[in-house]
Ligand binder design. Structure first.
Ligand code: AMP
Length: 231
């Protein structure tokens, strides 16, 4: 970026580092929706570990069965496997610039592994907390429906599809109620978040890399807050 130096009045070139934007929030906080908006509007790549694991569990291999079992219980996939998946995905050419990590890191070990990755990739980490009260999270999660074709996310309470149970863009596709959005699993996922992921807020706060954003209200208002936080 070319800017005028206020002290020496000379034009100077400033090199801005690419960023790894880490979205942190409890399940249902809207990280996925906001990351998709950032991709659509700002062209920033979204990398979602949850989406990658959902894709991985569809095969009939020991790994797929393991991922399936872990996700169905509301627990987390192991740190090392998750790191491998993130490392491999972020080494693709389309991740050469700034990208968003949606759902990663989720433990302190993962946060430390990400520090190394960021250093290797010469990128700076910016963490954004998407903060939503617990009652809202429960409604959002149990009401969530997803299109199996394009991944579009609906909510039976706040963003219903035009035709009940069908994607607006793929009317032949029946919307899915993810197994991990069903009540018992939701409770387990929230407990996992409180125990393992919430401590990351302090981790990034202490190193002055955390921006907290109110994750309630309409999508556009939340998006504007996030956009401001990462600019
Ligand atoms: P999400 O869609 O981000 O809520 O992720 C769905 C599920 O995928 C989680 O409940 C975990 O079982 C698994 N998962 C996603 N991201 C991670 C991660 N960073 N570490 C471990 N497991 C993960």
């Amino acid at each position: 970026m070319l800017s005028l130096c206020s002290l020496c009045s000379l034009w100077q070139v400033t090199f801005l580092m690419d960023k790894i934007i880490v979205l942190i929030g409890a399940p249902g906080a809207g990280k996925g929706t906001q990351a998709r908006l950032l991709t659509e509007r700002r062209g920033i790549l979204q990398i979602s570990t949850g989406d990658m694991f959902r894709a991985m569990r569809s095969g009939d291999t020991p790994l797929a069965r393991e991922v399936q079992a872990v996700m169905a219980s509301g627990a987390l996939v192991s740190d090392d496997l998750t790191f491998k998946v993130v490392q491999e995905r972020t080494s693709q050419p389309d991740a050469a610039g700034t990208y968003i990590l949606d759902g990663y890191p989720r433990t302190l070990v993962q946060a430390e592994q990400l520090e190394e990755l960021a250093e290797d990739q010469e990128k700076e980490i910016v963490a954004v907390e998407v903060d939503v009260p617990r009652e809202d999270l429960l409604k959002r999660l149990t009401g969530r429906r997803t299109c199996p074709v394009c991944g579009e996310i609906y909510n039976v309470y706040s963003k219903p599809p035009k035709v009940d149970g069908r994607c607006d863009f793929h009317p032949d596709a029946e919307l899915e109620h993810r197994k991990d959005d069903q009540e018992a699993t939701v409770a387990a996922r929230l407990a996992t978040y409180d125990e393992l992921t919430a401590p990351l807020l302090d981790y990034y706060r202490k190193t002055d890399r955390l921006k907290a954003v109110d994750g309630t209200g309409d999508l556009q208002a939340i998006y504007s807050r996030i956009e401001k936080a990462i600019s």
